[in-house]
Design a protein around this ligand. Structure first.
Ligand code: ZN
Length: 405
């Protein structure tokens, strides 16, 4: 059966990139699990002619994806600093206080809500991963363990919990019932409320060749045009949009019930039209560019190996999993991966089965090169690893071009 568009329901989605069959990008393995067969699922990126939404079409049950999700936002300094800035800005702009409510969907360990709480603004997190919700509650961030959608929104409204501000960062792309999710946002906002939503921008993905941000958990890759249609369907207007550098290039939307389309939104839509993003032709050369990167990185690693150099990797991330699995880079090329998350240390990467060690390993062991899989944190990580670099260690950055720093 032909898959239908996740947003508008149209059939006949056009192919953009075929990534083959890959394991789930966040399914890190324990030592015991290494001996068991690993689940693999097809991964295809497609374009909707009708509403221009770019999307993957394989549906993995969300329970499989999120129940023990090993990503804790607080482990990135950049994300915590950005969250603080954003909270302060909204507290001032919207004059939030003890009588307000800030809700965050996919609130993780409370990395964002803690800044509102500290300013005396009541908060409520909605987080589907039980282990992460319990960490947040332990830190005093009121958090409910649930998937957000129409039902959860209705329940919050029934309890009298309606939001002045609703945050949803890097979750919109993960939601199988996209329309139910946006309808839930519309329902839970107070009449003058605002939803502040961050999602990766498909324009950055294509233009900077960020193909490794494609994995099963990311169902959608948004253009402003596609988002405008989605939100309008549920009575939400995109009053403003900002382009922000987080995660390789994202959009920050400000959506309010009944709001008119803002000037920044209209401008971005015009730019998308001018760039040809409303037609499949815009996406046509992408697959060839990704394969060019693959060839280049594999050649570099093969040459280093020939020269007797030792290479490790940094960042047991989902994007790293896509890159390694699609490029066919594994234990032959890399000795191990380091990652700052203690949740990930001691486990193994999906598909490639590389051991995950603490970052201190780099300085202790001094491999000649480190392949930076979390290239979106380049500055933060090279700063952390200043001593390793001072002693001659080098980083290989794979995206948007292969380069050594
Ligand atoms: Zn569509």
């Amino acid at each position: 059966m032909q898959p239908a568009c996740i947003s508008c329901g149209a059939a006949g989605l056009a192919p953009v990139l075929h990534l083959g069959t890959t394991p789930l990008a966040n399914a890190l393995l324990t030592e015991a699990e290494l001996k068991q067969p690993e689940g693999r699922y097809p991964l295809d990126l497609r374009f909707c002619w009708a509403c221009s939404m770019v999307q993957t079409t394989e549906r993995v049950p969300p329970e499989r994806l999120f129940s023990d999700y090993a990503y804790f936002s607080s482990f990135s300094d950049t994300i915590v600093a950005e969250a603080r800035k954003l909270a302060r800005r909204l507290i001032a702009q919207r004059k939030l206080g003890a009588g307000s409510l800030v809700v965050e969907v996919a609130s993780n360990d409370g990395y964002l809500l803690q800044h509102y709480r500290d300013a005396g603004v009541p908060v409520l997190g909605v987080e589907p991963a039980a282990n992460i919700a319990s960490v947040a509650n332990g830190k005093g961030i009121r958090t409910r363990c649930a998937f957000f959608g129409r039902d959860t929104a209705a329940q919050l409204v029934a309890e009298g919990l309606r939001a002045d501000v609703l945050h949803a960062n890097n979750v919109l792309a993960h939601v199988p019932d996209l329309n139910g999710f946006v309808a839930g946002i519309a329902a839970v906002l107070k009449p003058g409320g605002v939803a502040v939503i961050e999602a990766p921008y498909v324009r950055d993905l294509i233009e900077k060749c960020e193909f490794d941000t494609i994995y099963h958990e990311h169902l959608c890759y948004f253009s402003v045009t596609a988002l405008d249609a989605l939100f309008a369907r549920h009575g939400l207007g995109l009053a403003a949009i900002e382009r922000i550098p987080v995660h390789g290039g994202s959009l920050r939307l400000f959506a309010s019930p009944g709001a008119a389309r803002g000037a920044s939104t209209a401008k971005l839509m015009e730019e998308e039209k001018a760039a040809g993003m409303l037609s499949h032709a815009y996406y046509a050369g992408f697959a060839a560019r990704v394969d060019g990167l693959k060839r280049e990185l594999r050649e570099l690693l093969a040459r280093l190996k020939k020269e007797g150099k030792r290479v490790a990797a940094y960042g047991a991330s989902a994007k790293g999993s896509t890159l390694l699995n699609y490029f066919g880079i594994g234990a032959k090329e890399l000795e191990y991966v380091v990652d700052r998350s203690t949740e990930k240390q001691g486990r193994y990467t999906p598909g490639t089965h590389l051991r995950i060690l603490p970052p201190a390993q780099l300085l202790a062991d001094r491999p000649d090169y480190v392949l930076l899989l979390t290239w979106n944190f380049l500055e933060e990580i090279t700063a952390q690893q200043a001593e390793y670099r001072a002693r001659g260690g080098k980083f290989i950055v794979p995206i948007p071009q292969v380069r050594v720093v």
